[in-house]
Design a protein around this ligand. Structure first.
Ligand code: SF4
Ligand code: SF4
Length: 310
């Protein structure tokens, strides 16, 4: 039986998604809705149309081809430049305009693909994995939202002798996680807040499942990199960082292969939010200064030595 899934990006030569040089496969759909997410095109499970007006050369091909009249180019006022409008409500995602647009101003975020196609793409860089101790990472979105697809890709990579990692929120059942563990070499997961109500405010979901799964994962003895994405207004106080580091230190007490990374917020995704018709609620947030990240690193190191800040 062919197993298929929805993927929105396959990033080759990735160096921040696990050890060595990696191919990162981004799966679509996420049960969390973190308002600062760098990959908003991964939030919804279904493929979506993205429109990037800044790339548009106003050739009019999409206007001519769209049977739904979802694209229009008009001059709002005499003497002003023509304006291209895309009406998401009219669009039935047929893809005709995407084929027609030579400027890549209209694109699909996400497409259905097979395990074989993903693995074939990933194996193109096998030589780089071997020389750098790299491999394949499944990210998203949330890989565990497409568990059969995720497991099958990881299994096929393992069968080829390729190191495997997943980046997961772990906001899923323990039974699902258990199914992927035998074919996973490394887990990377965020701990965004220890207070469940604040976690819900920031991500849309409470944290109890995530914390329980983190503890269970630690008890397996497998390598785990816990991450704190340091987000202004969410968790950028010494107390909040300290509480998470203490939690990770307790996990490490059961598993010496547990480590922690601090990742500063970066405002990267504004164009992508606009292209999907989403609000970017993190637009006013600033990257935490280096001095602040250094202070958080010192706070975290009071709980465990195995912590780095990027
Ligand atoms: S086809 Fe592309 S470049 Fe041409 S008008 Fe449409 S979006 Fe703009
Ligand atoms: S995807 Fe199809 S319906 Fe949607 S805007 Fe393009 S041509 Fe029109």
């Amino acid at each position: 039986m062919t197993i298929t899934g929805i993927v929105f990006n396959i990033q080759r030569f990735s160096i921040h998604d696990g050890p060595g040089i990696r191919t990162t496969v981004f799966l679509k759909g996420c049960p969390l809705q973190c308002f600062w997410c760098h990959n908003p095109e991964g939030l919804k499970l279904k493929p979506e149309v993205q429109f990037f007006p800044q790339r548009c050369i106003l050739c009019g091909e999409c206007v001519a081809i769209c049977q739904q009249d979802a694209h229009s180019i008009a001059v709002a006022e005499p003497g002003t430049a023509p304006l291209h409008t895309y009406d998401r409500e009219r669009c039935i995602r047929c893809g005709e305009c995407i084929e027609a647009c030579c400027a890549e101003a209209v694109q699909f975020a996400g497409k259905e693909t097979t395990v074989e196609a993903v693995v074939a793409e990933a194996l193109r860089d096998r030589a780089f994995y071997e020389t750098s101790n790299g491999g394949v990472t499944l990210s998203g979105g949330e890989p565990m939202l497409q568990p059969d697809f995720t497991r099958a890709i990881l299994q096929a990579c393992k069968a080829e002798g390729v190191h495997t990692a997943i980046e997961t929120s772990a906001h899923c059942s323990w039974e699902l996680l258990q199914k992927v563990l035998p074919v996973t070499d490394l887990i990377m997961m965020d701990i965004k807040h220890l207070d469940s109500e604040k976690h819900r405010w920031a991500t849309g979901v409470p944290n109890h499942r995530i914390l329980e799964n983190a503890q269970k994962l630690a008890q397996t003895g497998m390598p785990i990199i816990f991450r704190i994405p340091v987000i202004p207004t969410v968790n950028d106080t010494p107390e909040e960082v300290s509480a998470i580091a203490a939690f990770v230190a307790a996990c490490r007490a059961n598993n010496p292969r547990v480590s922690l990374e601090l990742l500063p917020f970066h405002r990267l995704a504004g164009d992508k939010y606009a292209s999907l018709g989403f609000d970017y609620r993190a637009n006013d947030l600033k990257t935490p200064p280096k001095e602040q990240m250094a202070a958080f690193l010192a706070v975290a190191k009071q709980h465990l030595a195995e912590v780095i800040s990027r």
